[in-house]
Design a protein around this ligand. Structure first.
Ligand code: NAD
Length: 491
């Protein structure tokens, strides 16, 4: 089918849907009291798209219109939107997980599905409890109020899960959102946005609360960032987009890259540590930004740890197999003046199944193998680069000091995630203080840091360089103070 025909068909479908929606009576927004206020639905030109737009400026304008509708709908409408997104993410986890895997060709279907089922763990409106002060001079209330429209960028590694969690957080706080998704995960993102908007319109009368630019580009990113309705940015991705967002002049909440180190000492339970490392590093073929990426093991226990990893299903590569895999998985640019050069990750290996890596390494692995590993030194590309493959390098260290030093180097001061397996309080404290990462997980897999096996709540956007932490509805609010002088304190 030609591009022209596709575009034509899409427009005809949009028009038909638009008429169907216009013909159906929209449920009244809370304050739709007939007093002459603008009715739900907004300007006719922006209707009937169910959030999916070709043009960035139109997407931003439509989201702004939706923000005004949401204001009228009040807290009840926000609660409804959160509920719809959580319900639909779970109900559609299988088809949407398949769709995302088909489009991106990275990761694992079981985990793509799980990442949508757990959107219910993302916090909602209940997180916006106001703070109050009461004293001799009256009362003061501090409320968490919305900005308006948030401009968001989503990664290829978890497109629909990030988008869904972002809608929950952002709309719970009373905002609308525009997405400029990753181009290689944009089609599945548009399917989810359309479905969410259809349901939200049906149940609340609010249209385009989350809009998306159907064919995202650098230009659409720039237009979104520049649009006057977009008050703040939320970017989830690697170093490039974090830098670009910070240069826009708008406040940017940045969920940036990581390269989480794991330190294991002789007080840890080796079986538990091995199982946790396998669970975290193999999750979605190691696409998680919080996923274990390299291990520093105290030399006295390194062999025991590796033996436990093998006993629990991981496959150890020989030096020759590691060399073959490294040649395939990285492109090494020689350094100047005899330097050691720079390694860049070969994208064809990111998020691929262990069998693909095993083939490149020249090794046969049992069916169902989740993770490969090998012993390396600390300067190996698999240690230094954020590699996102179901492979983990293990490096021996002589002491806690060396383990912490190597971990710091590998983490590149991203301040993202670090992990330790130890029962030595001093080691736990020393590593925690030195790494100073947003997530610091002790004696568990990385996902325990997002409430999966540990305490806490979930988000797929962990604001690391800008410091907001695991994002939640309060991340997307302004704090406003309301003061009553001398009155209303009841003794
Ligand atoms: P990516 O950086 O290639 O892309 C992320 C998004 O940014 C995409 O939408 C992409 O189109 C856009 N983008 C990239 N460069 C840009 C630029 N210069 N200007 C404007 N937009 C730009 O990342 P990816 O491969 O999709 O995702 C993996 C990366 O994201 C990893 O580095 C991972 O650690 C990080 N990540 C971080 C978190 C977090 O919560 N901190 C969550 C998921 C992923």
């Amino acid at each position: 089918m030609s591009a022209v025909n596709e575009a034509l068909i899409r427009d005809v479908v949009a028009e038909v849907l638009s008429r169907l929606v216009t013909a159906a009576p929209a449920p009244a927004a809370k304050s739709d009291c007939g007093c002459g206020g603008k009715s739900a639905g907004g300007a006719p030109a922006l209707r009937g798209k169910f959030g999916v737009f070709q043009d960035a400026n139109e997407a931003c304008a439509a989201a702004h219109e939706a923000f005004l509708q949401l204001q009228k709908g009040g807290v009840a409408a926000r609660v409804k939107i959160v509920d719809i997104v959580k319900r639909m993410a779970e109900a559609n986890a299988e088809p949407w997980g398949k769709l995302e895997l088909e489009e991106t060709k990275i990761g694992r279907l079981d985990h793509k599905i799980e990442k949508l089922k757990i959107i219910k763990l993302v916090p909602g409106v209940e997180w916006l409890r106001p703070d109050a002060r009461s004293g001799d001079h009256g009362i003061t209330l501090e409320e968490y109020t919305p900005f308006g429209v948030v401009g968001a960028v989503t990664p290829s590694t978890h497109s629909i899960p990030t988008l869904s969690g972002n809608i929950v957080n952002i709309c719970a706080a009373g905002n609308a959102v525009v997405f400029n998704p990753h181009p290689s995960a944009a089609k599945c993102a548009a399917v989810a946005v359309r479905a969410y908007n259809e349901a939200i319109y049906r149940e609340t009368g609010i249209e385009n609360i989350a809009t998306i630019i159907e064919k995202p580009s650098m230009e659409s990113f720039a237009a979104m960032c520049k649009h006057e309705a977009v008050r703040i940015l939320l970017v989830t991705g690697g170093p490039g987009v974090v830098k670009a967002a910070m240069q826009t002049g708008k406040r940017a909440i940045c969920a940036g890259p990581g390269n989480p180190p794991v330190y294991v000492d002789d007080t840890a339970c080796m079986k538990r540590a091995a199982k946790a490392i396998i669970q975290g590093a193999s999750y979605d073929n190691n696409l998680l930004c919080i996923g274990e990426k390299e291990v520093f093991a105290l030399e006295g226990i390194a062999d025991k740890l590796m033996a436990q990893m093998e006993q629990n299903g991981a496959v150890k590569l020989t030096n020759a197999q590691l060399d073959a895999l490294t040649k395939a998985a990285f492109t090494i640019t020689p350094g100047q003046g005899g330097g050691c050069g720079h390694a860049s990750v070969n994208k064809d290996f990111i998020g691929k199944d262990p069998i693909v890596l095993a083939k490149a390494a020249g090794v046969n692995i049992p069916a169902g193998t989740q993770l490969l590993f090998a012993e390396t030194d600390a300067s190996h590309p698999f240690v230094v680069e954020e590699q996102m493959m179901p492979f983990i390098p293990i490096t021996r260290v002589k002491s806690l000091e060396e383990g912490v030093k190597r971990s710091l180097e590998a983490e590149h001061a991203y301040k993202h995630t670090s992990i330790i397996h130890s029962h030595d309080l001093e080691a736990l404290t020393t590593m925690g203080r030195a790494l100073d990462t947003t997530l610091f997980i002790k004696n568990g897999p990385c996902m325990a840091g997002l409430g999966l096996g540990g305490e806490g709540y979930l988000s797929f956007s962990i604001a690391t360089p800008t410091g907001e932490g695991v994002s939640n509805p309060r991340t997307f609010t302004r704090v406003r103070r309301c003061v009553m002088v001398d009155n209303l304190r009841i003794y």
